[in-house]
Ligand binder design. Structure first.
Ligand code: NAD
Length: 263
């Protein structure tokens, strides 16, 4: 049976670990050829080796427009065009309050989480137009929807990603390019570990934490895994979501439904 992304070319940023890595594995398994972009060269090289011929690692720091332009150009030169962009790269932020955050710290977070995806869209759109359309997925977060899930700059940036996706969806619709945001809940990756003081990425620790406090707040009391988000990204990337644009997909085990007392 043909894969759901057979014949498609995808770029995934932040591809060397966590959700991005899960997406590379899933997308390549579904028949896509993938430009895996990150700043972790060793992991990237190993990924390219694992998927010889299907995945090409490209170093791309999403704060740099020249590297984003080179990343999108690589999709055309290596695989002949571009159909899917998964703007996934991200960093965690220390839990700074509005009184502690600096102007530089704010700009740094926004340069990675908002400006990076915006530049990705800007450079990807002309290539997608040549193919008659495409799908762009921008990673937001539950932190972009509700207070209490992240620091102020991170949360504000993730909210901006949702609105940027809506506006880009409206602007790019004549070119048959769909744009959506994806909002993960608590997912066992290194970002989550850093935010909550866990020494390294471990689904077991996150599962234990959710089991201890989670059933009160998360209706599906398991650790979210990178593949849970990769599967949602696959839906948005594939033609299965051909009638879906300008919205966000929340994948959080029910974390944001509200306190249990209100059920
Ligand atoms: P992760 O740390 O495992 O992966 C992030 C990847 O982004 C890393 O490979 C890192 O090298 C790369 N990266 C960082 N800065 C970069 C830059 N300037 N240019 C290019 N690549 C860069 O974390 P993850 O949880 O897989 O995060 C993926 C996305 O999901 C992020 O946007 C994050 O904010 C978002 N997210 C994560 C969670 C969670 O609980 N893990 C929840 C909501 C949203």
């Amino acid at each position: 049976m043909a894969g759901r992304l057979e014949g498609k070319v995808a770029i995934i940023t932040g591809a060397a670990s966590g959700i991005g890595l899960g997406a590379v594995e899933l997308f390549a398994g579904e028949g896509a050829r993938v430009i895996a972009a990150d700043i972790q060269d060793e992991k990237g090289a190993r990924l390219q080796e694992r998927f010889e011929g299907r995945v090409r690692y490209v170093r791309c720091d999403v704060t740099r427009e020249d590297e984003i332009a080179a990343m999108t150009a690589a999709a055309a030169s290596e695989f002949g065009g571009l159909d899917i962009l998964f703007n996934n790269a991200g960093i965690s932020d220390r839990m700074l309050t509005v009184e502690e955050i600096t102007a530089e710290g704010w700009d740094w977070i926004f340069s990675i989480l908002v400006r990076g995806p915006m530049l990705g869209i800007k450079h990807a759109a002309p290539l997608m137009r040549e193919r008659g359309g495409g799908s762009i997925i921008n990673t937001s977060s539950v932190a972009g929807l509700q207070a209490g899930f992240g620091p102020i700059a991170y949360s504000s940036a993730k909210a901006a990603v949702i609105q940027m996706s809506r506006v880009a969806a409206a602007q790019l619709s004549p070119q048959k390019i769909r744009v959506n945001a994806l909002c993960p809940g608590l997912i066992a990756t290194s970002i989550f570990g850093a935010s909550f003081g866990l020494p390294r990425e471990t689904a077991d620790k996150l599962a234990a934490m959710i089991a201890a406090t989670g059933p009160k707040v998360q209706p599906i009391p398991k650790a979210g895994l990178p593949e849970d988000i990769a599967k949602a990204a696959l839906f948005l990337a594939s033609d299965d979501s051909e009638f879906v644009t300008g919205t966000y997909l929340l994948v959080d085990g029910g974390l944001t439904v509200g306190p249990r007392s209100a059920w």
